[in-house]
Design a protein around this ligand. Sequence first.
Ligand code: ZN
Length: 498
Amino acid sequence: MSSNLFIPPWAEQVAEQLGPGPHVVVTGISPSGNIHAGNLREVLVAEAVANALKVRGLEVRFVFHADTIDPLRKIAPGIPADYKSYIGHSLSRIPDPEGCHDFYAEHFLSPFEETLKRMEMDVEVLRSHELYEDGFYTEVTREAIEHTEELRQILQEVSGRKMPEHWSPYLPRAGSGQVVGAKILEHLPGENKVVFADEDGWEEVADYGRGEGKLGWRVELAARWKALGTTFEPFGKDHTSRGGSTDTADRMAEEVFHYPVPGRYEYEWIQIKGKGAMSSSKGIVLLPQDMLEIMPPGALRRLILGRDPARALDLDLGAGFPRFMDDYSAEVEPHPVPFAHLVTVAQTVNGDPEKAAVMLRRGGYEEAASELAELRRDLTYARNWAEEWAPEYYRFGVREEVPAEAADLDAEQRIYLAAVAGRLEDGMDGEATQDLLYSTAVELGLKPKTAFGALYTTLLGKKSGPKAGSFVAGLDTDFVRERFRLVSGDTMIDEVED
Ligand SMILES: [Zn+2]
């Protein structure tokens, strides 16, 4: 089990009710488009419950079931329009739209699987097309076909919809490649085969022991519980609505497959602040792999799960993010550095961990400065956040040349800069520097905002910036003195810009 072992109270409660096991915790997804942070929430709910069972000393198998045999239903944004011709075909038998993986499903599944590895998740990834091809679902498929009438009855009662006359729980793959409902003419249970009529009325044969078709989704869910021995599975609210897929699967499991309904947890959607609910088909997605660019796996787990995954979550990776990171660090790190300060440091030192360590020491973060490997990692998160997500007021870059904006500074501001240049000493810490900057302003009768504005303009080319004391203290003192003298002397600006 990884160091990211995290078991929130709600997961403890679920585990408490699940009994002694052995347990099979399952989470599944159809990789028909980008697998986003909302999908990750389901996997994390399952992981938390699996972990809670494990620490109780129970036997647990944790499975991620990728529905790779599922038919393509619609074209996700960014997929070529001519992929329309593949609608109805299994995701495992459609070419990768970008040509980089073996097939369509793998193009979306592979980066997600990679993310789970980066998160050190102890999960078994299964691909449904392989399970069908290997005969794993043969028994439950035969059982389903033999109980076609009962399944149809349940489906009609629960969904309130009339099923077609030739409805079948099994969808054979037709000659066209489409996996669709077809009229089953004959079942040959000894040979694991069905004879069916294709779109044009021709007789065809499908071997259900070799993946030449699949169970329809609602039946498959119940059948899969039995085949895998599932004892727990989380579901999003789209499945658990009245008359929805869990309602039908529950009855099918009990009445047809004679398998007890697994434990359940209903999780709510994740919204992206200002954009709405996450949805691959609407192109509103946040990819877990991108989120790992700005935070460690432990933080991602907490962020995505939220206080309670049964509640909707408004994900804020902008202005609200530093506070989230501070709450997280306070919990897991012995000597946390405020995230906003890391953002300042990262942008000031351009990613150089040695310089960052100096800046952190001057800021009073001695312990954090001594862990260079961790510091390098945290600086990368802070810098990536500043570049990709931070509101404008967090962003800055120390200008290599005197900014053109410095030409607008007035005489008093220039006098202030000259005075500061004369007083700055090597090795001053953030607090001492802050005092110096402030008292010099007061002495010269300048409002702090005007004085500090001169300083930011001179270094960053903008009127505001990070907390001045620790920022200036983190820079090379000679560089700051030189720059302030240059700007206070005014006449040299043009020359420097050449
Ligand atoms: Zn690919």
